[in-house]
Design a protein around this ligand. Sequence first.
Ligand code: SF4
Length: 311
Amino acid sequence: MNPFPYSDDNKRYHTLSYHNRHTYGGKVFKAVIDAGLTCPNIDGSRGSGGCVFCDGGSGYFTADSAVPISEQFRRERSRIHKKHPNALVTAYFQTNSNTYCSPERLGNMLREAELCGAAGISVATRADCLDEEKARILASINIPVTVELGLQTVHDTTAERINRCHSFAEFLGGYSLLKEHGLRICVHIINGLPGENAEMMLETARRLGTLRPDGVKIHLLHVIKGTPMETLYERGYTPLRKEEYIDIAVRQLELLPPETVIERITGDGDKSKLVAPLWSADKISVLGGIDKRQKELDTWQGKLLGGEENA
Ligand code: SF4
């Protein structure tokens, strides 16, 4: 019998498909939108050059930002509906930092997505691009809003090494602000950052778990062509091996509350630009490896947190 409560398919972690089935009653897909914004770590206001792994703002499948948001959404929705006619479609503002603009512009972006029939909105951003007024605008939208907040690591030494140009304390400030406004938050972390060992990655999950986020995306660091990370790789950066990544992810899951939705547990980048680690292109094998390892160890999400539901 599966010991994990938030599953109906033998998974031992709280998958996004489980969450979508139980929240929306079926499949949900994201229409990726490029709102044409930049990032304070690219335009020089906090830093320049971006995080070492940044590939133009993490938006892989985006349309031209000159196309109006409603049109981008409609195009994405028809593409999705060709294959999944009954799926709900949410608008995902993914490229760069999507609250790095005036409150008026943010409100207009969100309302445009709401008016063109999105079932929900996800907004990817950094904690240092939030303030009281923007949090109020995000919370005023009448369809479900998730803020996807980049943390990557709780270790400021690593944050400096990867040119993140923001600290864990700043992340905590942005996180609390969003919580105070009742917003749903999905936090992104990355395994395999330069200079980090397994214990440091577990510490990131441990501290994140105490915040009880609504969702977490666990990423593997991808070395992408043309990024500063490619230079670090040429100079000797060693990517995680597949078995290492699987082991770390399984142990991180033990530290995250069972209610937290694991919205991603392996990378999903542009394969044509991937330099390393090449094993990560086989996503099915990584996901299967995580399931297998959890069964071998008889472990599951939140196992180390105690509590009745985890007994
Ligand atoms: S915060 Fe995001 S968009 Fe900005 S440089 Fe880093 S990865 Fe790129």
